[in-house]
Design a protein around this ligand. Sequence first.
Ligand SMILES: Nc1ncnc2c1ncn2[C@@H]1O[C@H](COP(=O)(O)OP(=O)(O)OP(=O)(O)O)[C@@H](O)[C@H]1O
Ligand SMILES: [Mg+2]
Length: 309
Amino acid sequence: MEPIIDIQNLTKKYADGYLALDNVSAQIAAGEIIALLGPNGAGKTTLISIICGLTTITKGTVSIDGCDVVSEYRKARSIIGLVPQELMLEPFETVLGTVKLSRGLFGQKADPGYIEKILRQLSLWDRRSTQIRELSGGMKRRVLIAKALSHEPRILFLDEPTAGVDVDMRRETWEVIKDLKRSGVTIVLTTHYIEEAEEIADRIAVINSGRVLLIEEKTELMKRLGTKQLSIDINQPISELPLTLADCDIQIENNGTRLIYKYDASMKQAGVTAVLSALNEAGVSILDLQTYQSSLEDIFVGLVAEETT
Ligand SMILES: Nc1ncnc2c1ncn2[C@@H]1O[C@H](COP(=O)(O)OP(=O)(O)OP(=O)(O)O)[C@@H](O)[C@H]1O
Ligand SMILES: [Mg+2]
């Protein structure tokens, strides 16, 4: 299938010579939710700004549904909605006015029913006559989402949609994003919350120093995260494992006083009992036990650290 967003060898050098994107290529399929993860300054906003036609390209191409974002800017822009990272809103305008105006700017016919639907979805309907300046930061962010949706875009970019948004409101925003996906909208979001990517993304891309370090299906990533670890502190140091445990993935650490057993968390029979009883039979007495499961955060931190060392 043709990707709805096609990024080919994209490089961005800012006027001061800073290389913000370094030969980035990626294809995004219609209807998917992709989360861009990366530390501050990784290049996420730069990437989104280029796709949305707000920043110039140094090298490479980007097309949206077959339209080049530079030579066919207006056509490409008409199918995109953007929720920017910065809260840019007219303070004296009302919520309803802001969203209606935005629809008008895209040349779409007025549709009060549609605007009401999105404001209700984002719990802003009761605040429709309130001026923007009277809203809290989290509400302003939701007005930005409503504004981005005003012209019924097929692709929505959300640059940190839940930054500064409380836990309940974050969950509500996730529901709105999932609903949009169900209605066929393709979604690209950036986030610093790994939990957010875990919760809503189909694919995850990790970006650091202008390069894409990883782009993978979330379920595949999660499978890799299936390894659990049991750490066993023992009374007397040992130099060798009891023979009955020779086939298990167990390492001896801490001068022989700690055993690290790795197993697949999805297995019904993890073998933990077998390991413990084998130790017991071999006369090894156990002082303490701890289990540990790696997370997406570990992968992310590991990848970024690898890059910077
Ligand atoms: N207009 C500009 N001129 C020069 N450098 C810029 C400009 N805009 C961004 N940069 C630099 O490009 C790099 C990438 O910035 P960008 O805003 O894309 O990062 P980001 O991944 O969105 O970070 P954050 O998570 O903090 O939002 C940063 O080092 C930033 O300082
Ligand atoms: Mg950013």
